[in-house]
Design a protein around this ligand. Structure first.
Ligand code: AMP
Ligand code: ZN
Length: 480
């Protein structure tokens, strides 16, 4: 029984989909004006893990992830997400490109990054620029029903008309009146109202005709318009980073529920931020890392994947190179284990009792994942299982049918972990010849020559391990 922590109810609740066997899920995607940083990766991995585990449980998941290629403004931290400059236009001016070139370039970068991290692609990545008519339709409906108003070509959502405003974030009107730093707009009735449509100022490049002005949509409206377009009025799951709770998701709820008259999202899932040295990642402090920075230090995208899974998505997480190194070692351990199993599975070894059980691993793995996607616990049950199985392997007690049985469950569990493991490295002809020479030297008891040859082989990137089953050759870990 899967329980998920719902930000809306602030409790763990048993997950059941609206339509049996099918899940409609929406994840806030990137604003495509710059390279995605590893903090963002934590948000995309949350969405991937939920989806993969639902698939493991047998659900058919339809995931929609938007590409924000318009109108996401720079000052969204202080206001309702509708003041400041347009991030994409700002990047376009800086890089001397058109906003469209900027958006397409960084969208491509984002999709390649997801693929390197083995994040399953969404069924559809709707672009905001291609859905302006749908947004206009929702805004028209909101004006018609009295939830929104127009002034001087700008349209705002009147927050006082939605009694449930604040139910997700706790930022009710009462609380907002006291503390929030909200920016005044001369056309707003109340400072906490948020923009649905803004008239384009002179020189603004990305703009569309509308019943109110030539302008552009507010940031929040795109997710309401696109999620309901592809998933219907009520979604099973909506995910995003914790900074999205307010104002973005609070605004999504207000405008969608007022438009459709129905509950918008059944389960809201939010990951906590990734910090560096206890602080927000910052470009100016040099702590805003990209996947390329990680790879420059010799780590792989899979090391990063395991690093993230080693922490629960709702816990505080700090990035450190030491933690990444540990993730790298753990991935090596998993990799070696699977390679060993594959070799044993091929060996046709038998024994009187073919009874190595995967049952406890399966039970622990599922219990961990059922408890709000506790990936660190699921991983520790895997490490524990590897230790047990390795003991059997060392004692020659694991048969080929045991190995096949483990591999078959491993494939299912790894559908959830999503690791792409490095297969057995090809041994080049040159190394094979050096190994043969070393064997000959050993047979002739020329141990000096044998040691020299081993050193030469290691220099060329391969390690020899003399085991009781004979000699094994492995490619040197690129990190060592
Ligand atoms: P953005 O492109 O800024 O809209 O961010 C894309 C996603 O990444 C959103 O779901 C954010 O909440 C999330 N996010 C941004 N920074 C971090 C961070 N440091 N750690 C985790 N998630 C983040
Ligand atoms: Zn969104």
């Amino acid at each position: 029984m899967l329980n998920l922590y719902n930000t809306l109810s602030k409790s763990k609740v048993e997950f059941k989909s609206l339509n049996p066997g099918k899940v409609g899920m929406y994840s806030c995607g990137p604003t495509v004006y710059g390279y995605v940083h590893i903090g963002n990766v934590r948000a995309y991995l949350l969405s991937d893990v939920v989806r993969r585990y639902l698939e493991y449980l047998g659900y058919e998941v339809r995931l929609i992830k938007n590409i924000t290629d318009v109108g996401h403004l720079t000052d969204d931290e202080v206001a309702q997400g509708d003041s400041g400059e347009d991030k994409i236009e700002k990047a376009a001016a800086k890089e001397k490109k058109s906003p469209e070139e900027i958006a397409r370039f960084y969208e491509q970068y984002f999709k390649q990054l997801e693929s390197q991290l083995n994040i399953e692609p969404a069924q559809y990545f709707p672009r905001a620029t291609a859905h302006v008519p749908q947004m206009i339709k929702v805004i028209e409906g909101l004006i018609e029903k009295g939830f929104a108003y127009e002034k001087n070509g700008n349209v705002f959502f009147d927050v006082t008309k939605f009694a449930d405003y604040g139910k997700l974030s706790g930022n009710t009107l009462e609380n907002l009146k006291v503390g929030a730093r909200l920016e005044e707009h001369p056309d707003k009735k109340n400072p906490w109202d948020f923009a649905l449509w803004l008239k384009a100022p002179a020189g603004h490049l990305m703009k569309w005709p509308s019943p109110w002005s030539v302008g552009y949509p507010g940031w929040h409206i795109e997710c309401s318009a696109m999620s309901t377009e592809y998933l219907g009025s009520t979604l099973d799951i909506h995910t995003g980073g914790e900074d999205n709770i307010f104002p973005h998701h609070e605004a999504e709820i207000a405008q969608t529920e007022c438009f459709t008259g129905q509950k918008f999202v059944r389960f809201w899932l939010h990951n906590r931020h990734l910090l560096v040295d206890g602080k927000k990642m910052s470009k100016s402090k040099g702590t805003l890392y990209t996947l390329e920075d990680i790879k420059d230090k010799g780590f792989s995208a899979m090391d990063l994947r395991l690093f993230f899974l080693s922490s629960h998505y709702r816990s505080q997480m700090d990035f450190s190179w030491t933690a990444l190194e540990q993730a790298h070692k753990n991935l090596q351990k998993i990799n070696d284990f699977v390679l060993n199993l594959q070799a044993i599975a091929k060996s046709n070894s038998t024994s009187a009792d073919d009874n190595f059980s995967i049952e406890s691993f399966k039970i622990n793995f599922e219990a961990a994942m059922d408890d709000d996607l506790n990936t660190p616990l699921a991983l520790s049950s895997l490490y524990e299982f590897i230790t047990q199985a390795n003991k059997q392997i060392d004692e020659d007690a694991l048969t080929s049918s045991d190995a096949k049985k483990i591999l078959s469950f491993w494939e299912k569990a790894n559908h959830v972990f999503g690791f792409i493991l490095a297969g057995q490295a090809e041994i080049p002809e040159e190394i094979k010849q050096l190994i043969a020479q070393r064997e000959k030297a050993r047979a002739g008891k020329d141990f000096q020559k044998s040691d020299d040859l081993r050193a030469l082989i290691e220099k060329k990137g391969f390690i020899l391990e003399d085991t009781k089953d004979g000699m094994k050759v492995k490619k040197t870990d690129s990190r060592n």
